[in-house]
Every structure is written in C-alpha cells, then in structure tokens.
Design a binder for this molecule. Structure first.
Ligand SMILES: CC(C)(COP(=O)(O)OP(=O)(O)OC[C@H]1O[C@@H](n2cnc3c(N)ncnc32)[C@H](O)[C@@H]1OP(=O)(O)O)[C@@H](O)C(=O)NCCC(=O)NCCS
Length: 162
C-alpha cells in the first residue's frame, strides 16, 4: 500500500441537510469529471443518496481549500465507492491516496471487510491509483456506462480486502 507524506488534509462528513456542503459536493464532482461526457451530479442527487441508508459523503479540504470529495455506501460488512474525485487544480498531489486511506479507516471502524468500486474502462489514471493502493481487478461489467452522447463503456470491478 502507498504511503502519503503528511499534509493538512481535513475530511468533513456531509449531512444531507447541509445545503452548502451538498453544493460543494456537486461543484467538486463537476470539476473532477469535466470533459468526460457524463451526466452531472447535482446537489439534489447527492442529497437523495445521503438520505438513503448506508450512504456517507465527504468533502476534503487542504489549506482551507475544498480539494476532493467521495461518496460511499456500506451495507452489512461490504462497502462500495460510489464516486470520488479531486479538483483538477489539486490533482497529482497525493490527495486521492489520502482520501482512500481515510475511507478505509472509516470502513474498518465500521467493521467492513470488503471495499468494491467500478471504473470506466478508459479511466487509466483511476485504475493506476486503485491498483497501487492494493485493489484487485475482480470483474468486468459490459456496457455499464453510457455517456451523454450515447457512447457505451465497460466497467472494471475492483475489490480491496480491508
Ligand atoms: C483519479 C483521481 C481521483 C486521482 O486523484 P489524484 O489526487 O490526482 O491522485 P494522487 O495524486 O493521489 O495519485 C496517486 C497515484 O495514482 C496514480 N495516478 C493518479 N493520477 C494519474 C494520472 N493522471 N496518470 C497516471 N497515474 C495517475 C499514480 O500512481 C499516482 O501516484 P504518483 O503521483 O506517485 O505517480 C483524479 O485524477 C480524478 O479526480 N479524476 C477524475 C474523476 C475520476 O476519474 N474519479 C474516479 C472514478 S472511478
């Protein structure tokens, strides 16, 4: 597993009633996924998820700036990373590594034993990150993603034993 250098990195758990934080999740998502031809996730989408059982959302600040976000779901002892991203301005600074380490810590405290996620087949930077973190490719879902322009992509399913 990768080791991250120490840095000011503050996770903030997002409550579905915190409208400012929901807007922040949506704007970080839009910035991270810009140019990928994917449907935007609005504050109301994050609100809906976070009202549902098992969902947990986080916004991460570094030097008081919002830099990254994550949304995951835990059901019994299994968890799924629903979406995650780092503002392009702050990428390649180790924030995603720190974020994954934080999420794994949260999940272990909640007695989860397995962490799953899906990645679009062309998202090589994310796959490099997950593999370096210790996730293993365990499956493929055909035509799992469809872009706004109707292009279909497979998804790779990754899993990490916690
Ligand atoms: C994927 C993503 C979350 C990585 O965030 P990040 O903060 O830049 O990642 P880190 O700086 O922690 O990088 C950790 C490692 O991941 C790999 N990595 C990250 N970005 C990479 C890139 N563009 N190209 C190749 N490898 C990359 C590298 O191994 C890197 O380690 P290194 O910098 O020591 O070489 C970010 O690029 C992003 O938000 N992308 C758009 C949204 C997205 O794809 N989300 C994931 C959906 S499954």
């Amino acid at each position: 597993m990768m080791v991250c250098p120490p840095i000011d990195f503050q996770p903030l758990k997002v409550d579905e009633k915190n409208h400012k934080a929901l807007e922040l999740l949506a704007s970080l998502h839009a910035r991270a996924f810009e140019g990928r031809d994917e449907k935007p996730w609005l504050a109301k989408d994050f609100e809906k998820f976070l009202k549902s059982p098992g969902f947990q959302g986080f916004v991460y600040h570094s030097a008081k700036q919002p830099v990254a976000f994550a949304l995951m779901r835990i059901v019994c002892d299994e968890a799924e990373l629903i979406t995650v991203g780092v503002d392009p301005v702050f990428q390649r600074k180790g924030h995603a590594k720190r974020m994954l380490a934080h999420l794994v810590g949260q999940l272990k405290r909640q007695s989860a034993v397995k962490f799953f996620l899906e990645v679009r087949e062309d998202n090589h930077s994310a796959m490099t990150l997950y593999e370096a973190f210790g996730f293993k490719k365990v499956g493929k879902r055909r035509a799992y993603y469809q872009t706004l322009r109707g292009i279909k992509y497979d998804a790779y399913l990754f899993a990490l034993n916690l």
